[in-house]
Design a protein around this ligand. Sequence first.
Ligand code: MOS
Length: 710
Amino acid sequence: MSQVIGAAVSRKDGWAKVMGAATYAAEHQLPELIHGYLVTSAIANGRIKAIDTREAEKSPGVLAVFTHKNAPKIFQPANNFVNSRIYEARLPLADDRIHYGGQIVGLVVADTFERAREAADLVKVDYEVQPPIVDGEKAIYKEAPPWFGESMTFEKSSTSAGDVDAALSNAATKVEATYTTSMELHAPMEPHGIIAHWSTADSVTIYEPSQWVSGSQRTYAELLGLPSERVRIVTPYIGGAFGCKVFPWPHAILCAAAAKEVRRPLKVVVSRKQMTANTGHRSPTEQVIRLGASADGKLTAIAHEVKSATSPVDIFVEPCTSVTPVMYAAPNLRLKQDLAVMNVGTPTFMRAPGENPGMWALESAMDELAWALPLDPVELRLRNETREHQRQGLPFSTKHFADCLKVGAEQFGWQQRPSQPRSLTRDGLLVGWGMAAATFPGLRGKASVKVRLLPDGTAHVLSAGNDMGTGAYTVVAATAAEALGLPVEQIQVEMGDSRLPDGGLAGGSQMTATLTPAVMAACQEVLKIARVSTAQQAFESLRRSGRAAFEATASAAPGQEGKKFAFQSWGAPFCDVTVDEEIGRLRVTRWVSVMDVGQVLNAKTAASQVRGGAIMGIGQALMEEAHLDPNQGYPVVYDLATYHVAAHADIPRIDVTFVGEPDLNFNPMGARGLGEIGITGVAAAIANALYHATGKRLRELPITPDKLIV
Ligand code: MOS
């Protein structure tokens, strides 16, 4: 396409981040700032009989104590995901009911953080306790309601086609197995935090990490009973979000409403322990997969039955069956998704919600089928590829899944793989090679962008859409550089402020696909206004005429293309693992990921996203699991010391390669998103490699040492 697009461009925000100059929400310095500390429930089910705040109120520096008895005024928002959305439908401090351990029951406000925390400890709560349901085996499951599926439309999670049972009983080869995943905690580097500053009684500025800046503005406006233009959201940098910073959580709603009553800028930071209950997690899942295949390895039936859990105060379905009709062609298909209400905090999106645990189960089962047939697992996937989305009945726009498999196999050296478990060793350790498929839908929303050319030779690109650390500043700059014919260094990007044009949602891996077409359109528009073909000519014209600037705003949005095509990204991770059976240690020693995501806009940050996905997936595969006390329902794993994520020493070299072609049916940039696809298939590739190394099939994540010792 060009000079800049697709090249390796270093992060625009890299310097600020490395030098500590990037200001995160809770770091904003405001005069008169005061601090709130959350009081949280010690029980998981029941009711508050009495709450005594007298001692807390007398504690030094305390300015206010809020409980359900004097909750600040909060209005019920529409909560329809069009205008507004909150993570938990129940408003904070709504009543005396306790639905989960760690639920917010109060907020203590004081002049310093330490004094607020000290006084929070002095609030005495008398509970009426009921036994909580925190064990998935004791929960009652019902059919899940529709979820926000592909294209963010409501999609039914259970469906069936053909006669799965008949096809399974006639199949030459069958696999039937149950796969589980653990409750996983979001562990972003930046914990949740908010500062709410009411400059007048009807005007508030909110500093908060938000993946949906303009949506958050509308949501707070509804919650606080204000017109949207009276709410400003400021979120220039986010220290990791992965789905847990899309909508306001209860702590933030409470802070914004309480700040109005205390008439001072108020900051609430959620501790790592409080984040366990109050800012989302990935639900545990239990998935039964049944595959039937003919002797030549063609799938005849797929059944995928899923259980996940939600909280008593909202419905969140972990939509694991979304990937099943996308991956492989099978004439008989049954998808079932059940949901249980448990006394846990509300689960939420976590990097590839549904796709990630769904692919863990499906891609483990495909590996089991490959061994049962027997057939090489790469070949099995090639034989069952589908050109069509099995549920939407639409052809995939561009699809290079087969290239991902072939290029990955070639790069990895897959042809050398012995087809017997326990046949490779290195340095006295067993060695295994595994692979899986990766996939994620191509999503795109609407965005607006403003471009301004100044006589000093700089071009400014402005949008409320934000960069949660994925590289949006950089692809926006690269796109503008391309369109304006300027070096990237001359582009200045301002993002993450609701005063700027609505840039859409940074979630569902859609920010790049949403925002860059609008950047392109606004750049073309500004050149048109200046009656020139490059920005250099516009700068000359500005200097000659003494005019202050050329400026244009443009929008871009999907059209009717979704009626003709299904948009999906594809990939294949391959890995090498070593296993020491005596001490139960599995190490991932080599990684190759090959991806088809359409046009890559920035080779450097794109590869980083896929690497980040692999790293997060290695954590999920080998260590991440949260536990709740079965009696109290309270999290017993709650910070970065007790909840383990992958660290540098756990991670091998990760080679990332992109294949495919620009998906110009999807958007003018030809780019599908890639924030989430990198984690899909990762855990399955590792479990599949483990089987090759040891002959042992593990179906429960995470694969911790206790499960490996022989
Ligand atoms: Mo992502 S889980 O949609 O931020």
